[in-house]
Design a protein around this ligand. Structure first.
Ligand SMILES: C[S@@+](CC[C@H](N)C(=O)[O-])C[C@H]1O[C@@H](n2cnc3c(N)ncnc32)[C@H](O)[C@@H]1O
Length: 282
C-alpha cells in the first residue's frame, strides 16, 4: 500500500475533518490543564498544494481554496477562525502550504499539550519528521496506529483527543475502525475520539453505523456531509465522522459550520449535512 495524502490534501473531506478537529481543540484549549492528542494515522503532516501531487488531482481547488475565498456567514466564520487562521498563517510567506492533522493540531495546541503521531509508511514518516518533528511537543512513532490505541491510552493527562483517520485502501478498514473505537473508549472513557470514514460503499457505511450504535457508548455523534444532493457512487460521495464524547456545544457548532461549508465544497453547490446522535443526547 502506498497511499499518499498529498493527492487529497485540502479537499472537501479534509476541510470537513480539519474543521471538526480545530473546533475540538479550541474547546480543549478553554481549560489550562494539558491534554494529549493521539493521531493514529498521521500522514506527512503538512502539504504543498502548489506541488506536483496536489496539482495532479487539483482536489484542493474545490475544497480549501474555495473556502478561503468564500464570504462565510458570521457565526460560521467565527467558529472556523482557528482553522482558517492556521491555514492563512502558513501561507503568509506566499506559499500554498496546507496543514495536515499534525501541523493543524500543533498550530492550535499550547506549550503544555503533547502530541503523538503514528505513521507506518517510511517515506511519509520521513516527511512528517522533517515538517513537524522539530516541535518539542511532538513525538513521531513508526508504530501501527491500531496498536497505538492500546499501547498509549489512557494518556497521562487524562484529557485529550484520539483521531483515527485510516486511508481505506485495504479491506476490513470499517471493522478495524469499529474495533479501534471500542478499544479507545474502553481505555480512555473520558477522552474524545474522532473517526473518519468515506461515504462511498453505502452498505458498508450503514453496517458500520449500526455496529457503532450497538456498542452503546454514552455519547456518540454522527457527522456526515454529502458532496451533492444526489449521491454518486463512482467516486467519494461524502465524508463521515463519528465523534465520541464531543464537547458540549460541538453538535450545534458543527451544524452551523457544515451548513455554511457544504454548498461551497459540494459538486452541485448544495450538498447535504447530517449531524445526529447515534447514542446519548438525542
Ligand atoms: C488519510 S492519511 C492521514 C491524513 C491525516 N490524518 C490528515 O488529516 O492530514 C492516512 C495515513 O495513514 C498511514 N497508515 C496506513 N496504515 C497505517 C497504520 N496501520 N498505522 C499508522 N499509519 C498508517 C498512511 O501511510 C497515510 O499516510
Amino acid at each position: 500500500m502506498n497511499y499518499q495524502h498529498a493527492f487529497h490534501a485540502g479537499n472537501g473531506a479534509d476541510v470537513v475533518k480539519h474543521a471538526a478537529l480545530a473546533l475540538i481543540l479550541s474547546y480543549l484549549n478553554r481549560k489550562d490543564a494539558p491534554y494529549r492528542v493521539l493521531d493514529t494515522h498521521a500522514g506527512a503532516g503538512l502539504y504543498d498544494l502548489g506541488g506536483a501531487n496536489a496539482q495532479r488531482t487539483k482536489e484542493a481547488e474545490d475544497g480549501i481554496e474555495k473556502v478561503l475565498a468564500a464570504d462565510l456567514p458570521a457565526r460560521a466564520a467565527t467558529l472556523l477562525a482557528p482553522y482558517l487562521d492556521a491555514v492563512r498563517t502558513l501561507r503568509a510567506d506566499g506559499s500554498r502550504r496546507y496543514p495536515g492533522s499534525p501541523a493543524l493540531a500543533l498550530a492550535l495546541g499550547r506549550p503544555q499539550d503533547r502530541f503523538l503521531f503514528c505513521e507506518t509508511n517510511r517515506e511519509e514518516r520521513a516527511k512528517l519528521e522533517k515538517r513537524v518533528g522539530a516541535d518539542p511537543r511532538a513525538k513521531i512513532l513508526p508504530q501501527d496506529g491500531w496498536q497505538a490505541i492500546t499501547a498509549h491510552l489512557p494518556p497521562r493527562e487524562r484529557r485529550g483527543l484520539v483521531l483515527v483517520d485510516p486511508p481505506f485502501e485495504e479491506p476490513g478498514e470499517f471493522q478495524r475502525l469499529a474495533e479501534g473505537l471500542a478499544a479507545a473508549h474502553q481505555r480512555f472513557a473520558t477522552g474524545i475520539v474522532m473517526l473518519w470514514y468515506p461515504i462511498k460503499d453505502l452498505k458498508a457505511v450503514d453496517a458500520f453505523r449500526r455496529e457503532v450504535a450497538r456498542a452503546r457508548l454514552p455519547k456518540t455523534l454522527k457527522v456526515e456531509v454529502d458532496f451533492a444532493e444526489v449521491r454518486r457512487l463512482d467516486t467519494l460521495s461524502g465524508s463521515g465522522q463519528i465523534i465520541v464524547n464531543p464537547p458540549f456545544t460541538l453538535a450545534d457548532d458543527l451544524r452551523s459550520v457544515l451548513s455554511a461549508l457544504a454548498p461551497i465544497i459540494a459538486r452541485d453547490g448544495k450538498g447535504r449535512v447530517r449531524v445526529s446522535w447515534l447514542t446519548g443526547e438525542a
